[in-house]
Design a protein around this ligand. Structure first.
Ligand code: NCD
Ligand code: ZN
Length: 346
């Protein structure tokens, strides 16, 4: 039995750190385990241009002072008003690595998202020309489509056309949740990859809904069947370079989750790598964790692999009940659960 191992320092290719007074309470959790993180732009108002991204990056760096640091890799939030010139400017200023497409209304703070994806061709072409990536929240928002089918509907109706029209654009189908998405990404061209969260590797919809409704398991895309979880675990542990780590750690104040209309998002940043190690051990694949967490992401993004290292030890930890989150608290995913793994930077 493996009791301790080291891997190259991982990166988180999908992270929410929020803004303002709460940010300093969450960024150190990421810095304690990750070298870089792709920062989601779904603030209120969203980060839509070069200047906004550069300013947000400065605020993150300021919040990191005195804490374990990571490098924030910024993204632009696409809206109906995004122009190709805005993409070119962000690239020229080194302000963003990628642009994020939220179909309008898909998730937390997505009201300003794109209403007509077919009208985005020039913007996607500018991304492809600059070598920036397109990150997709891959769910349709049509109220007639069942919430458990929204990812499948996106990959049946929208994604193939984007891939066909932009064959050189690097596309990340983010936080995939279904066996169908795994099959789709495996069959797609090499410029199409996917991130997988720890919570989708560890939980299914029964965790959220059987024996009581548990709002801290509510995230988007919503947890699916256990057969889907098993397919995600197979993909993550397969050493296929299309699949890489993205926590989608999404902190919300506890009262915003435990509410008659609770927010979507699970907070995994503080134990992220211990959670992934738990999932990989279930699949008897700890030896493939480094490829998924530390090698495939940089390869897909065209960035160097980190030189620092992370130690992963078999040492039990109980996930705390809550962390300070500005004036309130955030309850971590799997709070109160004992994990068999602990991590620290070498
Ligand atoms: C995210 C958030 O809270 O910002 N929520 C979530 O459930 N994942 C938004 C998102 O990535 O969908
Ligand atoms: Zn997210």
């Amino acid at each position: 039995m493996v009791n301790s191992f080291e891997i190259r320092l991982p990166d988180d290719w999908h992270l929410h750190v929020r803004d303002g007074a709460t940010m300093k309470d969450v960024v150190g959790h990421t810095g304690s385990q990750f070298g870089r993180a792709i920062i989601m732009p779904n603030l209120k108002p969203p980060v839509t241009d070069a200047q906004g991204a550069l300013q947000y990056k400065q605020r993150i760096q300021h919040a990191l002072v005195g804490q374990p640091a990571f490098e924030p890799l910024m993204t632009l939030y696409l809206t109906d008003r995004t122009t190709p010139e805005m993409i070119l400017e962000a690239h020229a200023k080194g302000a963003a690595y990628a642009a994020k497409l939220y179909p309008a209304g898909a998730t937390t703070n997505s009201d300003s998202g794109v209403t007509n994806i077919a009208a985005m061709d020039d913007v996607f072409a500018a991304l492809a020309d600059t070598g920036m990536l397109l990150l997709l929240h891959g769910e349709v928002t049509d109220s007639a489509i069942d919430i458990f089918d929204r990812e499948a509907a996106f990959l049946e109706t929208i994604l193939p056309a984007i891939i066909r029209r932009h064959p050189t654009l690097r596309i990340v189908f983010e936080h995939i949740t279904t066996e169908m998405a795994v099959d789709f990404v495996e069959a797609a061209a090499p410029n199409v990859g996917a991130t997988i969260t720890a919570h989708h590797l560890l939980a299914n919809r029964n965790h959220m809904l059987a024996g009581g409704i548990r709002p801290h398991f509510y995230c988007l895309p919503i947890l699916k069947r256990d057969s889907d979880r098993i397919a995600l675990l197979r993909a993550a542990t397969s050493r296929n370079p299309k699949f890489f780590l993205g926590t989608d750690s999404a902190p919300h104040a506890i009262e915003d989750k435990e509410s008659a209309c609770g927010c979507a998002g699970s907070y995994t940043a503080a134990q992220a790598m211990a959670l992934y190690a738990t999932a990989f051990e279930e699949a008897d694949a700890l030896s493939n964790l480094e490829a998924f967490a530390s090698l495939h992401g940089p390869e897909f993004y065209g960035l160097p692999i980190n030189t620092d290292r992370l130690v992963i030890e078999r040492k039990a930890q109980i996930i705390p009940d809550r962390y300070t989150f500005g004036p309130s608290a955030v309850r971590p995913f799997f709070a109160g659960t004992s994990l068999q793994w602990t991590t620290h930077r070498a």
